[in-house]
Design a protein around this ligand. Structure first.
Ligand code: SAH
Length: 220
C-alpha cells in the first residue's frame, strides 16, 4: 500500500472508531479528541496491528490486555478530570489509557506490577512527546501514598472489592473509577466523594478486566 493510502486508511479507521464510541455513550468532546489523537497502533503488539483501530481489547505482553477503546472512553469520561487534575492510574499495561488521560489531566501517576510493560509504556509515551506522566513499578493495591491525595483515581484491573486503600488517597471531592468483582465479569463502579469523607457509589454496568494481582511480578 502506498504511504498516502495507508494514511487515508488509518484516518478512516480512526473516524469509524470515534463514531462507535459516540454511539456507545462517549459524548465529551475532550475525551473523544484525546482518543482520536492517540495512535492505538503504537500500543498494540505487531501480531495484532491490523486490529489496532477495532473497538476490542487485545492481548499485550505478560498475559495482559490493552483495554477496549469504548471502555477507555467511558471510564475517562466517568472520571471527569480536567487540566487541573492530578490523576493516579493503577495498571499502566500498554500505556494506552495513560496516554489518553495525559492529554486531559495535568499530571498522571501510573503504577504497574510488570517491569517489562512499564518500560515499554514509558518508551511509547516518550515517543509521543507526552511528558506529564510519572510511573512507578509497585503494587497498585497500595496506591502511591507519597503523592496522595489525588483528584482522580482510575483502576484498569479488576479489584476484588472496594479498594479502600485507594479511596483513602482520594481528595474529599474526588472521583475513583474501578472495575470491582472477583469473577470474569465485574461491575464498573464510580465512587464520588461528598466532600465530608463519604462516597456515593454508582454502578456503571458490566465489564471484563484482568484481575488486580497482589505484589509485583517476579518474572519480567
Ligand atoms: N490500561 C491498560 C490496561 C492494562 S490491563 C491499557 O490500556 O493497556 C491491567 C494492568 O494492570 C496489567 O498491565 C496488569 O499487570 C496491571 N496490574 C494488575 N495488578 C496490579 C497491581 N496490583 N499493581 C499494579 N498494576 C497491576
Amino acid at each position: 500500500m502506498s504511504e498516502e493510502s495507508e494514511a487515508e486508511n488509518s484516518e478512516t479507521h480512526r473516524a469509524r472508531l470515534i463514531l462507535s464510541l459516540r454511539s456507545g455513550g462517549v459524548s465529551e468532546p475532550h475525551v473523544l479528541s484525546a482518543i482520536e489523537r492517540t495512535p492505538r497502533d503504537l500500543f498494540v503488539p505487531d501480531l495484532f496491528q491490523e486490529r489496532s483501530w477495532e473497538d476490542s481489547a487485545l492481548p499485550i505482553a505478560c498475559g495482559q490486555t490493552i483495554s477496549q477503546p469504548l471502555i477507555v472512553g467511558l471510564m475517562t469520561q466517568a472520571l471527569n478530570a480536567d487540566s487541573r487534575s492530578r490523576v493516579l492510574e493503577i495498571g499502566t499495561g500498554s500505556g494506552y489509557q495513560t496516554a489518553v488521560l495525559a492529554r486531559i489531566a495535568r499530571l498522571v501517576y501510573s503504577v504497574e506490577r510488570y517491569r517489562t510493560l512499564l518500560g515499554e509504556a514509558e518508551q511509547r509515551l516518550k515517543a509521543l512527546g507526552i511528558l506529564n506522566v510519572v510511573t512507578r513499578f509497585s503494587d497498585g493495591f497500595d496506591g502511591w501514598p507519597e503523592q496522595a491525595p489525588f483528584d482522580r483515581i482510575l483502576v484498569t484491573a479488576a479489584a476484588p472489592e472496594t479498594p479502600m486503600a485507594l479511596l483513602q488517597q482520594l481528595k474529599p471531592n474526588g472521583v475513583l473509577v474501578a472495575p470491582v468483582g472477583r469473577g470474569p465479569v465485574q461491575t464498573l463502579k464510580r465512587y464520588v466523594g461528598d466532600g465530608l469523607g463519604e462516597f456515593h457509589v454508582e454502578d456503571m454496568g458490566e465489564v471484563r478486566f484482568v484481575p488486580l494481582l497482589p505484589g509485583v511480578a517476579r518474572e519480567l
